[in-house]
Design a protein around this ligand. Structure first.
Ligand SMILES: *Cc1c(COP(=O)(O)O)cnc(C)c1O
Ligand SMILES: [Zn+2]
Length: 399
């Protein structure tokens, strides 16, 4: 096949802990210096990428190709991910006295969640780096997305998932011909299983933040939010937080856009809100000083399986985002997230995942506390569709 080079401006990888630089060579996982996540750094200069060029780009996350890490076009593995709509929520806004309430609907991505963005880039780079088989510990959606992109790339896929995950997630992985391994416990127990398996086999581990490229896929949400709002950022963004790649990635995108000169000098960055489930609230507890960190946190399963991440490796990066942005962290109950899903469906016709329902429940809490003011621009990042969760949601609707 003919090799066509992309216009990627990727320059080097940087240790998120000490700042040490590395070449973006194949096989990069955590930094060798600090065992911390590696971040992609680009040549950020308005002359190399002007936002005026965007109008000619595809209606997918590949419109930001220069700020993505894939070097050769034939390694771009795409299923139409990204460029999801920003939907105003006028009925809910008027029910609760908010003036500007919007939802970015990531449920419309391939495989029904925003995990498609991250896995699209991780699997494209795995292919570019010559990997043949990938493995992932997952709470559900990431495994499905990895299985789909591996199928499209012609790579082998191994998905390690909690046994209690709804069948829809498992069946879709099997449809993509992934090998599915079920584990009793949560995603951290799946991660331990992946490490044990990898003592013997050479699968490439695409766990959250353990390779540098999922984050690059997720950051495109930040670019899209800015571009879709014609470069005026909202006041508050609520994000359902598990491993935190979206939170960290969106914040990275805002900084990159600033360096590119795409935002006005006076543009304030949004206050970022991490929303978790009462059943698994490690970042909320650390943020509010109830524990030093979540290294020993023990979580319980939640309907919002994407939030069941008890010991996220990216916690220090998430805390930096919350503090730098003047944001906050809060948890919602299982009942409140179901009521959130129900209200979004009933009032706006949007069938969100419980993770998305949790955002609306959190918005109401913050509005009651006065932390969100009625005139502020509030954006909910609905990370997934409710469709795969029906086993756990059926019978919960008001008659
Ligand atoms: C994975 C997932 C999350 C959490 O995303 P992180 O990037 O791990 O914080 C939220 N919602 C859904 C639907 C998910 O699948
Ligand atoms: Zn380091």
């Amino acid at each position: 096949m003919q090799t066509v080079t992309t216009s990627s401006l990727l320059h080097h990888l940087q240790c998120s802990h000490c700042g040490h630089s590395f070449d973006p060579l194949p096989g990069q996982t955590l930094s060798v210096c600090c065992q911390a996540p590696l971040l992609c750094c680009y040549d950020l200069d308005e002359h190399r990428f002007s936002k005026r060029e965007l109008s000619a780009g595809p209606q997918s996350l590949w419109r930001y190709e220069k700020l993505l890490p894939v070097f050769q076009e034939q390694n771009r593995i795409s299923l139409g991910e990204g460029w999801t709509p920003l939907l105003p929520l006028p009925r809910l806004a008027s029910d609760y006295g908010l003036q500007h309430l919007t939802l970015k609907d990531e449920g419309l991505n391939p495989t029904g969640s925003f995990k498609a963005r991250g896995l699209c880039l991780a699997i494209s780079k795995a292919k570019e780096n010559g990997e043949e088989a990938c493995i992932i510990p997952t709470a559900g959606n990431a495994g499905v997305a990895m299985a789909a992109y591996c199928a499209r790339a012609g790579l082998e896929a191994v998905v390690v998932m909690p046994r209690h995950t709804p069948d829809a997630f498992k069946e879709e992985c099997l449809a993509y011909h992934a090998r599915l391994i079920l584990v009793d416990g949560l995603i951290n127990d799946c991660a331990a299983k992946v490490q044990a398996l990898n003592q013997k086999s050479g699968y490439f581990d695409v766990s959250t933040l353990k390779e540098p490229y999922r984050l690059e896929g997720k950051k495109t949400m930040g670019y899209e939010i800015a571009e879709q709002l014609t470069w005026q950022l909202p006041d508050v963004i609520l994000y359902p937080t598990g491993g935190g790649t979206g939170l960290i990635g969106i914040w990275k995108a805002f900084h990159e856009m600033k360096a590119l000169g795409w935002l006005s000098e006076h543009q304030r960055f949004p206050r970022m809100v991490a929303v978790q489930a009462e059943n698994c609230r490690p970042v909320v507890d650390t943020f509010h000083g109830k524990q030093a960190n979540s290294k020993q946190y023990v979580g319980k399963p939640t309907l919002a399986n994407g939030l069941a991440v008890p010991r996220p490796i990216g916690e220090p990066l998430m805390l930096t985002v919350l503090r730098e942005s003047g944001g906050t962290a809060l948890a919602v109950s299982e009942d409140d997230m179901i009521e959130g899903v129900s209200e979004l469906s009933r009032r706006e016709g949007i069938f969100a995942a419980p993770e998305g329902g949790a955002l609306w429940a959190a918005t109401k809490q913050l509005l009651r506390q006065g932390w969100i003011r009625p005139a502020e621009q509030v954006l909910l990042l609905n990370t997934g569709s409710g469709q795969k969760y029906l086993d756990n949601l059926k019978g919960k609707w008001r008659s």
